[in-house]
Design a protein around this ligand. Structure first.
Ligand SMILES: [Zn+2]
Ligand SMILES: [Zn+2]
Ligand SMILES: [Zn+2]
Length: 370
């Protein structure tokens, strides 16, 4: 039977669950430890490691208080029985009540102990000094923390996921943010392997569904514990570009290319079939520069209105010099199409990224594309 005591307990448990594992809407509304205790945690950009040590510690303490909250809610709804006749309660309930008081005290005690000497006793700080490969000179935990902090400030950092599921990959480090801890591995000191994938047909992030990949990060040094990172398949290519070593795919898991990636292939094929654009630096008076989108490839496409004679049709003349690579222009084009109707993409139009002149795929000419 549902008594007021049961209902209050259930409502409290539900609220706790939403707080501990917040859905995106709740996190966006700011009901997260990071937001509620922002002033106490410091700035993640300035000192990434200390910030997360504080965040994990505050999370531990706050979560440790949740059972006590439950007990208080129950006691409040039935004070007669739970407070005034405590000794007549079943032993298990008595133990539950006492544990709910001991648990937060123990959590606070642990955090106070860890926080001594600038958090030098926190389990993460103790772990840091063993993260470098054994053939490199040993470093103190503080030196390793500083090295990670410096790399976390770089703009070319790879990040995926949100809130307590976040993964960061820097030039040397793979970092997974957990609720109560951080998992960190040095890139040259671990082996990465694709160990599973999950597909969700309905997703908040993409109308085409999403594939989540699970990657096992296994440190070479057996004394360190392995961990698993999860990321969307659309982030996989970017992740690999940030890694020093390839990801082992022993199970031959098919990484689903995204609609955009598939579109980039189709776009490239069409452009290769279009008449090429003859570029001569001496005639043009300039050299081709790196693509404005990725700064990696040399610009290799030019928009030339070819789909209709001048002055006719929807497309317009573009007088911009070649500034983009084909992949970036294809992505630019795809982002400007109806995301819910991929069938129309190939016949769609977009504006030139620089002058906004409208163009279609027939108007994109390759420069030296093979
Ligand atoms: Zn590019
Ligand atoms: Zn243009
Ligand atoms: Zn056109």
């Amino acid at each position: 039977m549902l008594t007021s005591e049961n209902i209050s307990g259930l409502v409290y448990c539900f609220l706790c669950l939403v707080f501990v594992i917040p859905p995106q809407e709740v996190a966006a509304a700011g009901l997260t430890i990071q937001n509620l205790f922002g002033g106490l945690l410091g700035d993640e950009r300035v000192d990434f490691i200390k910030y997360h040590i504080r965040r994990a510690s505050v999370t531990l303490v706050v979560h440790a208080f949740l059972p006590l909250g439950y007990v208080l809610v129950i006691a409040w709804t039935n004070a007669e029985q739970y407070i005034y006749q405590f000794s007549s309660l079943a032993l298990l309930i008595q133990i539950g009540f006492i544990s709910s008081i001991v648990l937060p005290l123990a959590a606070v005690g642990c955090v106070l102990l860890w926080s001594q000497d600038g958090w030098a006793h926190h389990p993460l700080m103790l772990k840091l000094k063993n993260l470098y490969p054994s053939n490199e000179p040993s470093r103190s935990s503080v030196a390793v923390a500083n090295a990670i902090n410096v790399e976390m400030r770089r703009p070319d950092l790879f990040s995926s996921g949100h809130y307590s599921q976040k993964v960061h990959v820097t030039d040397n480090w793979i970092i997974k943010i957990g609720t109560y801890n951080l998992d960190i591995a040095h890139q040259t000191n671990c082996i990465l392997s694709l160990c599973g994938s999950e597909e969700y047909t309905i997703s908040e992030e993409s109308p085409h569904g999403v594939q989540m990949l699970k990657i096992d990060v296994r440190p070479v040094d057996k004394s360190q514990s392995p961990f698993i990172i999860r990321l969307r398949s659309i982030d996989y290519t970017e992740l690999r570009s940030k890694l020093h070593a390839p990801v082992v795919n022993a199970r031959n898991i098919v990484v689903k290319q995204t609609v955009t990636e598939l579109f980039v292939d189709a776009f490239t094929e069409t452009v290769k079939a279009n008449p090429p654009y003859t570029f001569n630096p001496e005639v043009a008076g300039y050299e081709l520069e790196p693509c404005m989108g990725c700064m990696q490839e040399t610009a290799n496409v030019k928009i030339v209105k070819l789909c209709a004679p001048p002055g006719e049709g929807d497309c317009q003349e573009c007088y911009c010099k070649p500034l983009w690579c084909i992949d970036c222009l294809a992505k630019w084009f795809s982002y400007r199409q109806d995301q819910n109707n991929t069938q129309t993409w190939l016949s769609g139009k977009a504006g030139c990224p620089m002058c906004r002149a409208k163009f279609c795929m027939a108007d994109v000419c390759g420069i030296g594309l093979s």
